[in-house]
Design a protein around this ligand. Structure first.
Ligand code: NAP
Length: 333
């Protein structure tokens, strides 16, 4: 079997470090890893695969040594500048940023949902937004069976979704609460400790945030239904890790609730936790460090003729980013 060379761009970040962790859990035929970050991290040592790796600065020459694959988790501007250079050097890029997600010739992949689209790539494959990934894992089997007519998303998103600065804002808020001291914010426009911010990414002219727009557009692209009715309200909550989502779904076809629950139970990547009598439902603290999407609170929406409410929770750094990217890599290998 061929042994591949893999570049990891953004290896020092929240997602990058999780990628290293997930790779350590796998046994992929990769003979060489190179870890890249910005100039500020050059020389930093990271322990990976029982060895010490030295972080290298990402430059225009970084891909000359011939990588088979690169996983980028370094934001949109880095992806826009360096992914095309990597592709020109014969490397296939899996990008975690939103730089290419809506490009017509870039597949937007969640392996449980549309892995067949990977082969259409022209060098770049996009990883969807974290909140979209966990939602479509749950929605795809229901769409196949009952045809989704409309989706209403309400999200409760962890601070790790905003990278290391988001985590720092919550940590500083907790420390300041116990010491009664002032603190400055690194990421969010308001304190996140003891607060909920109905504001993720920038506001658009239509009143939605970019995060909400991403969920709407990416869901349509992944489910291959450009006219699907989708709306979203995305909220940052003071939780360190794992996004929770309330998803209201309206179907074209009638459904039997037990049949719907069994469909979810038998679908890839999903763990159903749906026993409200025993207080069992998906929770952020339980989904953290897991690769699956947890679904519960499954109940009929009595306000419409065929609708259901779901509570969907997943580790946004694993399934929402690192695990999904590595699952794409595994499929390509
Ligand atoms: P993060 O913790 O802030 O890490 C950013 C990473 O990018 C760091 O390794 C940083 O290196 C690197 N970087 C920044 N500028 C660079 C440059 N000019 N050249 C090379 N590397 C550079 O952010 P994150 O949460 O890991 O997110 C990374 C990407 O994944 C973003 O596009 C984000 O939207 C996406 N994503 C995040 C999540 C999530 O839940 N967090 C989920 C899905 C997708 P230094 O340490 O040297 O600055």
């Amino acid at each position: 079997m061929k042994n591949y060379k893999l570049a990891i761009v953004g290896a020092t970040g929240v997602v990058g470090r999780c990628i290293l962790k997930v790779l350590e859990e796998k046994n992929l035929p990769i003979s060489k890893y190179v870890l890249f970050a910005s100039s500020k991290s050059v020389g930093k040592q990271i322990s990976f695969m029982k060895e010490n790796y030295t972080i290298q600065e990402l430059t225009e020459d970084s891909f000359c040594e011939g990588f088979d694959f690169a996983i980028f988790s370094a934001g949109t501007s880095v992806a826009k500048k360096f992914a095309p250079i990597a592709v020109k050097n014969g490397c296939v890029v899996i990008d975690n940023s939103s730089a290419f997600r809506m490009d017509c010739d870039v597949p937007l992949i969640v392996p449980e949902v549309n892995s067949e689209d990977i082969k259409a790539n022209k060098g770049i494959i996009a990883n969807p937004n974290c909140s979209t990934i966990q939602a479509v894992v749950a929605l795809k089997p229901l769409d196949d069976k009952y045809n989704i007519k409309r989706i209403v998303y309400s999200t409760y998103q962890a601070v790790s979704g905003a990278g290391s600065k988001g985590i720092l804002d919550l940590e500083n808020g907790i420390n300041a609460f116990s010491t009664n001291e002032d603190y400055s914010l690194n990421k969010f426009p308001h304190p996140i400790f003891s607060n909920c911010l109905p504001h993720i990414d920038v506001f658009l002219d239509n009143g939605y945030t970019k995060e909400e727009e991403k969920m709407i557009n990416e869901t349509r692209k992944i489910l291959k239904n450009p006219d699907l009715n989708v709306t979203a309200t995305t909220v940052r909550v003071p939780v360190f890790n794992s996004h929770s989502e309330s998803i209201n779904v309206e179907f074209e076809k009638e459904f039997d609730l037990n049949d719907l629950i069994n469909t979810l139970k038998n679908s890839p990547g999903i763990i159903v936790q749906n026993d409200s009598k025993s207080n069992i439902y998906p929770m952020a603290i339980n989904s953290t460090n897991n690769n699956e999407v947890f679904v519960g609170r499954i109940r009929r929406d009595f306000s419409i003729s065929s609708g259901v409410n779901l509570w969907v929770v997943a580790d946004n750094i694993r399934k929402g980013a690192a695990t999904n990217a590595i699952q794409i890599l595994e499929r390509m290998i």
